[in-house]
Design a protein around this ligand. Sequence first.
Ligand code: AQP
Length: 341
Amino acid sequence: MNEQVALQVNSEKRKRVFSAIKPTGNPTLGNYLGAMKYWPRMCETYDCLYAVADLHAITVAIKPKDLRENSKRLFALLLAVGIDPEKNILFMQSHVTAHAELGWLLNNYTMFGEASRMTQFKDKSRKNPENVNVGLFDYPVLMAADILLYQADIVPVGEDQMQHVELCRTVANRFNNRYSPTFTVPVGKIPDYGARIHSLSDPTAKMGKSEGDADGAVLILDRPEDIMRKFKRAVTDCDTKVHACKDKPGITNLLTIYASLCDISIDKAEREFENSDYAAFKLRVGEAAVETLRPIREKYEALRKDDKALGEIMKQGAEKAARSAYRTLEKVYKKIGFVRV
Ligand code: AQP
C-alpha cells in the first residue's frame, strides 16, 4: 500500500464528531468549560463538524439585530477558542437548509410523549410562559437532524444536553429499524470536569447565557475586572474549608471551574487550597479564568475587525458541510418513498 492510499484508509476509519451551540446570548464560561474548550483538540483524532445553531436560537424571542450580532460573535468566538477551519468544518446551521428539511422528516418518527419529557422544554416553558411555541417543543428533533445529517459517531455536550442526544439515538434507531440502516447512532460525550457549571450567584442553577444572570454568569468576553468582581462576589457558605461536597454547592462549583480551567482533578484542586480561606481561593479562581479567557478575547477582537473575511469562512464551511448533509438527506427521502427525479 503506498503512503497516500494508507493515509486515505486511515482517514476513512476516523470517527466523526458533531456539536453545535446556539447564538442566544453572550457565551459563558459554562459554554466554554462544558463544550467549546474541548472542540479544537478533537480534530487530532476525529473528523469534526461544528455549527452555530442559529435555527435553534429563534425558539426564544430574539430581535433580528441580536440574532445577527450573536451569530457573528459566536462564529468568531469559535475561531478564537482555536477551531481551525482548515482542519474542521465550521458553519452556520441555517446556511445548510438540509437541517430544516431533515428536522421536518424526523418529526414523523418522534413520539409526542418522548418530546414532552424533555427537561429543557419544561424548564424553558416555565421560565417563559408567554412564549411556549412549537419550535421550543420541537428543538430536540431539529437537534437530532443536526447530528444525524452528518452520520456523527460522537456528540460532545454538557450534561444538560445529554437527554437530547438520547432522544436522537431513539429516533435514529426507530428509523433504521423501520427502513434499513441509514443513520449512525451517535453517543453523547460529556467532559470529566465542567460538564455542568453553575451560576456564581445561585450555585444550584445552571450558568446559562440567556438567563439575564448578570453577576452569576461569567462571559467569555468579559473584561478582566468584571471577571474578578464576579468571582469575588461568588456565593459560598458559612464554613471555611475549600472542599467539594453536595452541602457546599458554591465551593464545589468554584472547585469544578478551577479544576477544569487548569486541567487538573478536583482532588488536586482541593489539595492546592487546603490552607486557603475563601477570599484567597475565589481570587485565585478568578485569576485562572482571566488567564484562560484573555487570549481568547484578544483573538476574538482581532477577528471581528474583518466581518467580510468571517463571512468567507462561513461560506466555505457551509459548502463543505452541505456535501455531507445532502448525501444523507437524499438517502432519507428515498427510503421513505418520496419520488426523486
Ligand atoms: N452551565 C453549563 N455548564 C456546562 N456546559 C454547558 N453548556 C451550556 N451551559 C453549560 C453546554 O454548551 C453547549 C452549547 O449550549 P447551547 O447554547 O447550544 O445550549 P444550552 O445548553 O441551552 O446553553 P445555554 O448557555 O444555557 O443557553 P440558553 O441560556 O440560551 O439556553 C452545550 O453542549 C451545552 O451542554
